[in-house]
Design a protein around this ligand. Structure first.
Ligand code: GTP
Length: 204
């Protein structure tokens, strides 16, 4: 069984728990305890594979630690970065998180393949008080090789489910790429033996 680890990050009150709980239970509860972090587990069957999905939903971070993310970056295979379309400061926070994830020393040295990231503009039902345009979200995502969508955890169960499935599929694609790029020990050894002995045999 494949383990897939997903971290849902974003500013305070953007709807990280609402999205996670909506995906796991198809329900929107309204108020969520925000003073403790959670790791949820779910078994999924996707693309012919059994998956053990773990979703990390942090409690709101204290200001000083908000961009350190060191443990999340090591732990997660992919990230859902959430902002609230009616709150510009949450968009700035999401941007800083994406830059942190895409920092060269984070994305290239530690990982053979760039992490899958999906940027989500949540609370689309509040579009009458919108502060962040759809195009801005789309551009931030495109510029940083992320997927993008806008939705409402409050009103759109199916869209939330499709959003999670999309990022999980991206993570699975990355697993396959990593597998391809990993030098296979036995293949390399066979190549080496062939190069050395194959050539000698020819010259005799
Ligand atoms: N209108 C609207 N409200 C939402 C939506 N999603 C979440 N909320 C509300 O936004 C508030 C914060 O939601 P949470 O899910 O607790 O947000 P969070 O990001 O997990 O919050 P922290 O853990 O405190 O950072 C709650 O009052 C939710 O009911 C949405 O799609 N539309």
């Amino acid at each position: 069984m494949n383990d897939v680890k997903l971290a849902v990050l974003g500013g305070e009150g953007t709807g990280k728990s609402a999205l996670t709980v909506r995906f796991l239970t198809k329900r929107f509860i309204g108020e969520y305890a925000s003073n403790f972090e959670s790791i949820y587990s779910k078994h999924l069957y996707l693309e012919g594979k059994q998956l053990n999905l773990e979703i990390y939903d942090p409690c709101s971070q204290p200001q000083k630690a908000k961009f350190s993310l060191t443990s999340e970056l090591h732990w997660a295979d992919g990230f859902v970065i959430v902002y609230d379309i009616s709150d510009r400061s949450s968009f700035a926070f999401a941007k800083a998180l994406i830059y942190r994830i895409r920092e060269p020393q984070t994305s290239h040295c530690k990982r053979a393949v760039e992490s899958a990231v999906l940027l989500v503009g949540n609370k689309q039902d509040l579009c009458h008080v919108r502060e962040v345009g759809w195009e801005e979200g789309q551009k931030l995502a495109l510029d940083n090789r992320c997927q993008f969508c806008e939705l409402s955890a409050a009103e759109q169960s199916l869209e939330v489910e499709m959003m999670f499935i999309r990022i999980i599929k991206d993570i699975l694609t990355n697993f396959k790429l990593k597998e391809k790029r990993r030098p296979s020990g036995s293949k390399s050894m066979a190549k080496l033996i062939n190069n050395v002995f194959g050539k000698r045999r020819k010259s005799v």
